[in-house]
Design a protein around this ligand. Structure first.
Ligand code: UDX
Length: 437
């Protein structure tokens, strides 16, 4: 079975590469020539652990190719995946589907009869039907199938998530689509991965509902953290306590500076917009969005408070800029709200991130970059941990303290044991623990 993947962004590239690792012949297509050139040099344009090795192995084995030749790649394929971007439209927060529809038109003209077209991009409910209608109008009388196959990949563990998913969601409208997708996910058979075959609409909504629920879960524990700080409590113990209830589950209950990334903010906004438009407002999701936005600002204010009454002219050393560890992605990262708010208050910011510098530098002007984590401590009045990279967990806190001008760590990810920070002679401000700030 020949697979063509349209779009070599995060989702398209990881999915295409992983299908080739499963033994299928895969062609990855992008309009960005520079990106395809990079891939043809067997380098990944994105940072994702393990991806380079898989690209090299499968390309060398002849199963994985990269091209800008859209038409040929589609003409050769049995299954064409659409994994182009669906960014938030400015203003209304709805997903911009123009890239999906554009790709659909081009596929219609290039495809062979009986091609299965699978929408992997995150699209609002009803989009797959629209894609069907576009293709049917462009190529009347030609048989084809539409399927929906949303992704649930986390950046930083995307390959593992693809190879060992909790489940695979497949929306189909006919037997041909179902058969093709079942075949492509057959390699997961041994792991007994549930493959849920459903309608196009159900698959589309499942993706948004899953991300909205996870965003809500994080936001819930963030509000519990606020309560703990007021009334006396430890959010980590409470998360453990509620997480042991199997109906709740322990994952996604880490309090922090608010969720960010390429999916949660965009998808919750699009889902809320769908709710409003369809007369079924998603009030929990609307509130989640508002609470999360306010949280990022509140976390900046927490750092400013730690600087004392006159923060202007003082220095904050920031550890971590990426929206989470193991990625260079800074899209909608809390740091993009927190750092400008500090800079706006006249604070000097020195920052380190193991991977995100290139992506973040243009977005965060007026901030000094440090080569090493310890460098941010130099003359800093406060150290703020924004991302829980592993390299920050084991830092020598005494050494940090000695380099600092002030003596406070604001740990927005709760990566340190309060006792360890105190033993190093530092003040500790964390999240969701009374008496620690
Ligand atoms: C997410 C979904 O997990 C994935 O299924 C979907 O396909 C894409 O969006 P990703 O954006 O890569 O994946 O990151 P994820 O690990 O889910 O984290 C999202 C954000 O939530 C990060 O900013 C992270 O720091 C934050 N988060 C996560 C918390 O603040 N607390 C948690 O307990 C978990």
């Amino acid at each position: 079975m020949r697979v063509t993947m349209i779009g070599t962004g995060y989702v398209g590239l990881v999915s295409g590469v992983c299908f080739s690792e499963f033994g299928f012949d895969v062609t990855c297509v992008d309009i960005d020539e520079a990106k395809i050139a990079t891939l043809n040099e067997l380098k990944s344009p994105i940072y994702e652990p393990g991806l380079d090795e898989l690209i090299e192995r499968n390309h060398t084995a002849g199963r994985l190719t990269f091209t800008t030749d859209f038409e040929n790649a589609v003409a050769e394929a049995d299954v064409v995946f659409v994994a182009v971007g669906t960014p938030s439209r400015r203003g209304d927060g709805e997903a911009d589907l123009s890239y999906v529809f554009e790709a659909a038109k081009r596929i219609a003209h290039a495809m062979r009869p009986e091609t299965v077209i699978v929408i992997k991009s995150t699209v609002v409910v009803g989009t797959c039907r629209k894609v069907h209608d576009i293709i049917a109008a462009e190529r009347p009388g030609v048989a084809f199938s539409i399927a929906s196959n949303p992704e649930f990949l986390r950046e930083g563990s995307a390959i593992e998530d693809f190879m060992r998913p909790d489940r695979v969601i497949v929306g189909v409208e006919d037997e041909r689509g179902e058969k093709a997708l079942r075949h492509l996910y057959r390699p997961l058979y041994l792991r007994e991965t549930p493959i849920l075959i459903t309608t196009l609409e159900n698959a589309e909504i499942t993706k948004y509902a899953a991300n909205a629920f996870l965003a809500m879960k994080i936001t819930f524990i963030n509000e519990i953290a606020d309560l703990c700080e007021k009334v006396g409590g430890d959010v980590q113990q409470i998360a453990t306590g509620i997480g042991l209830d199997k109906r709740i589950g322990s994952k996604f209950l880490h309090a922090g500076p608010g969720y960010g990334g390429s999916c949660f903010p965009k998808d919750t906004n699009a889902f809320a917009a769908t709710g409003r438009k369809s007369g079924a407002p998603q009030l929990l999701v609307e509130t989640t969005i508002a609470v999360n936005e306010a949280r990022k600002r509140a976390m900046a204010d927490r750092i400013l408070e730690a600087l004392g009454p006159n923060p202007a002219g003082k220095t904050v050393g920031v550890l971590g800029i990426a929206f989470k560890p193991n990625t260079d992605d800074v899209r909608d990262a809390p740091s993009l709200v927190i750092v400008p708010r500090l800079v706006g208050a006249g604070v000097k910011v020195r920052a380190h991130d193991p991977e995100a510098r290139e992506q973040a530098a243009p977005l965060l002007p007026g901030m000094e970059w440090c080569e090493q984590p310890y460098d941010v401590a130099k003359d800093a009045d406060v150290i703020a941990v924004l991302t829980e990279w592993n390299v920050y967990r084991g830092l020598d806190l005494k050494r940090i303290g000695e380099a600092m001008a002030g003596k406070t760590i604001v740990d927005l990810r709760n990566i340190y044991r309060p006792q360890d920070v105190e033993d190093a002679g530092l003040g500790y401000v964390s999240v969701g623990k009374k008496g620690m700030f």
